[in-house]
Design a protein around this ligand. Structure first.
Ligand code: PBG
Length: 328
C-alpha cells in the first residue's frame, strides 16, 4: 500500500484554526500601567516610551476614558510626587498623588474601573531606593511599616487591589495584617513576588524618576540566572497571604511564568515592562520590525506560558487587535 504524506499543520479554514486554539485571551485579563504626577494640564510624553505619558489629575480622566473605550477596565497607578525625602513620606500621605488619583478616578468612573496601585518607595525616596536606609543598607523592617501604611492609605482612597513591588522580606504579610485590622479583608494583594534585577526597567526609572542615586537593587531583586529562587519567593508570598503572584519582566522570563503557573496554585500575572515596550517602539520606528505583529506575538506568548493577567503598556492596542480578531 502506498504511504500517504499527511499535512503536518492543522487542516481546514481560519474558522477551524480559531476553533481549536489552545491559548485564549480576553480583554478582562489586561492591566494598563499609568503614571500620575502633580500639576495642572499635564500630558507629558515619556521620552524613552513614546506613546506613554505622565498625567496630572485634571488630564487623568480623559486618559482613563480612552482606556475604557478600548475595553480595558483595569489600571495600575504609579505616582510621581513633587517632593521626595529620605523616608518617602509622599507615598503614604493622605493627599499624596496616588491617593488623589484614586479619588479622582473613583469619582469620575465609579465601579467601572478596577483600580490597582503599585506599592513601593522608590518613586518617593530622595535616594531612589525601594526602602528606607540605615547607614548603607536598606532597613527591611522599618520599610515594612511604611509600605503597610502606604497600602492602607491607597485602599482608603479607593484602591481595589494593591501590588507591592519593593521586594522587602515580609511585606505581603505586613500589608495583609494592616488591611485585615482595618476592615479591608476583601482587598486582594497582587505580589510582585518574582522580580528580577533587570535592565528592562530602564525606561520606567526615567518615566518615574526613580533610578537609585547610588548602588543598585541587587540586594533585594533577583539574579536572572536563577529559577529555583523564583519558586521559593513565590511560596513565601503565598504563605504570607498573596492572592496573585506576579513575574516581572515577562519577555525574557516566560519559563518562569510557566513554572510558577504549574507549581504555585494561584493566578499568575506577568508584567511586560518598560524596556520591552521601548524596544518594540524603537525597532518599529526604524522599520526593523512590524509593531502590531510583535505586540500580538508577545501577548500570545505570555498567555501561552500561563499568564492569567497581563500588565502591558500595549493594553489598548492588544484590546483593539482582539476586537479585530487577530488574537484572542
Ligand atoms: C517600583 C517598580 C518598578 C517597576 C514597577 N514597579 C521599577 C523598578 O523596580 O526598578 C518597573 C516597571 C517597568 O519597567 O515598566 N519598584
Amino acid at each position: 500500500m502506498e504511504m500517504k504524506i499527511r499535512p503536518r499543520r492543522l487542516r481546514g479554514s481560519e474558522t477551524m484554526r480559531k476553533m481549536v486554539r489552545e491559548t485564549r485571551m480576553d480583554k478582562s485579563s489586561l492591566i494598563y500601567p499609568l503614571f500620575v504626577k502633580e500639576g495642572q494640564g499635564i500630558k507629558e510624553e515619556i521620552s524613552t516610551m513614546p506613546g506613554q505619558y505622565r498625567y496630572s489629575l485634571d488630564t487623568l480622566p480623559k486618559a482613563l476614558e480612552e482606556l475604557l473605550d478600548a475595553g480595558v477596565d483595569k489600571v495600575m497607578l504609579f505616582g510621581i510626587p513633587d517632593q521626595k525625602d529620605e523616608v518617602g513620606s509622599q507615598a503614604y500621605a493622605r493627599d499624596g498623588i496616588v491617593q488623589k488619583a484614586l479619588e479622582t478616578a473613583r469619582k469620575e468612573f465609579g465601579q467601572q474601573l478596577y483600580l490597582i496601585t503599585d506599592v513601593c518607595m522608590c518613586e518617593y525616596t530622595s535616594h531612589g531606593h525601594c526602602g528606607v536606609f540605615c547607614g548603607q543598607e536598606v532597613e527591611n523592617d522599618k520599610t515594612l511599616e511604611l509600605l503597610a501604611k502606604t497600602a492602607l492609605s491607597h485602599v482608603q482612597a479607593g484602591a481595589d487591589m494593591v501590588a507591592p513591588s519593593d521586594m522587602m522580606d515580609g511585606r505581603v504579610g505586613a500589608i495583609r495584617a494592616i488591611l485585615d485590622k482595618n476592615d479591608q479583608k476583601e482587598i486582594p494583594i497582587m505580589s510582585y513576588a518574582v522580580k528580577y534585577a533587570s535592565a528592562f526597567y530602564g525606561p520606567f526609572r526615567d518615566a518615574a524618576g526613580s533610578a537609585p542615586s547610588f548602588g543598585d537593587r541587587k540586594s533585594y531583586q533577583m539574579d536572572y540566572h536563577n529559577r529555583r529562587e523564583a519558586i521559593k519567593e513565590a511560596l513565601l508570598d503565598v504563605e504570607e497571604g498573596a492572592d496573585i503572584i506576579m513575574v516581572k519582566p515577562a519577555l525574557s522570563y516566560l519559563d518562569i511564568v510557566r513554572q510558577v503557573k504549574e507549581e504555585i496554585h494561584l493566578p499568575v500575572a506577568s508584567y511586560s515592562v518598560s524596556g520591552e515596550y521601548a524596544m518594540v517602539k524603537a525597532g518599529a520606528k526604524l522599520g526593523y520590525i512590524e509593531e502590531d505583529k510583535i505586540i500580538c506575538e508577545m501577548a500570545a506568548g505570555a498567555f501561552r506560558a500561563g499568564t492569567d493577567l497581563y500588565l502591558t503598556y500595549f493594553a489598548k492596542e492588544i484590546a483593539a487587535f482582539m476586537d479585530e480578531g487577530r488574537i484572542g
